[in-house]
Structures are given as C-alpha cells and as structure tokens.
Design a protein around this ligand. Sequence first.
Ligand code: URA
Length: 230
Amino acid sequence: MRLDKYICESTTMTRSQAKKVISQGRITGSAGPIRNSAYKVADNEQICFDGKSINLRKTRYIMLNKPKDFICSTVDEQLPGILNLIQVDKREQLCIAGRLDADTTGLTLLTDDGQWSHQVTSPRRQCNKRYRVTLAEPVGQSAVTLFNEGIQLKSENAPCLPALLEPLSETEALLTISEGKYHQVKRMFAAIGNHVLELHREKIGGIELDPALAPGEWRYLSADEVASVK
Ligand code: URA
C-alpha cells in the first residue's frame, strides 16, 4: 500500500494532510524518515508519525478482562467462548494471544495480526506474564527461592525458567513467569505441594489490564500498547 494511503487508513488525516506530514519528514519506516508519498509500505513494516507507531485500522488489537467460566476456544459446548463477549465484525478472525483456563480471570489479548500474536506467545521471546495467585496453603520465603531457581514440573524434561514470586499476604502472591506451558502456574504450585484457588492475569509484557474494565469488558489497545510488544 502507498504510504499516503496507509496514513489515511490508519489516522483521521486526509490525503493532502498525509502528503504534508510525509514531506515534513515526520513519518518514519524501518529505514528512517520517508519523504515520498508513493513509497510502498512493506508487510508488517512499522510506520511512525512523530515517533509514535500507527497501525492500519483493519488490524485489531484488543484487551479483554476475561471472566470465569468462559473458555479461550471455540470448540467446547459446555461453556461459552470468550469471542461471544466481543461484539465486532468478523470476530472469528481474532486469535487469542495466550490462552487462560476456564477458571482463570484477567488480561487476555486478541488480535487478527498473527505475527504480533506470535511475538506474545513465542517461547523464544520470553514475554513476561504476571499473575495474582490465591493459594490454599501459606506461601513462604522458601517458595520464593525455589521459584527463582526454576521449578521442575511433572512430565517435563527441563525445569522452568526462573520465576519471580512476590508474596502479598500468607496465601496471596504475584507470580511473573516468562513461559507459557500448559497449566503452568497451577502445576508450579502443585510441584511445591500447594494448590491454586484463584488465578488472575494482570500483565503481559508491558501491557497491564485496564482497571476500568469490569469482568467481560474489553477495549482496543493503544498504539503504544501494541508497539510495546515489538
Ligand atoms: N497457568 C495456569 O495454570 N492457568 C492459566 O490459565 C494460566 C497460567
């Protein structure tokens, strides 16, 4: 797509306003400022206006405060899928960047940008996820050390990467992990003889769950939030 068209489709600028900001050198691509309105924007090239990334509107990035008893999939018929909560066109094209269990609540990211989703979930990127955990048994200082050293999960060859456990009270803690193994948080606590009663995801990379979102509510991510993943 031509650069001036890209800007019109990503912002509220008219074609002539887009041409003007291009000629002023305020638009940058991957190789720096672009002053040619006919420049062809490459797939997935990050275009910035005055240093802030702008994204084509057709690509959607959403944060949802997932409630309990909704599943991050479309196949289970016992429980409704989280896509039912997102009333947008072509919602079936949204993919979930990091699934949560049915009984886990909190920050869930959805997008139709497959590459972006991959950046969030790829094990190689080691994107941090922070959870608020409520436990059945008291969590002591020894758990902090064990998590920091790397918990060995049942049926896994290698131990987990070091995780940051921050006790908040006897049975509540924040846990930050950089992997996304199946049921990882519950299995980590099970491995030290504890049991997760409540699990809530608060943060993925630099993106924090918006406290204004009640369970079941969602909003689009800001350009800065989207860019924070790249
Ligand atoms: N770890 C879990 O055990 N469950 C989740 O839903 C997310 C992380």
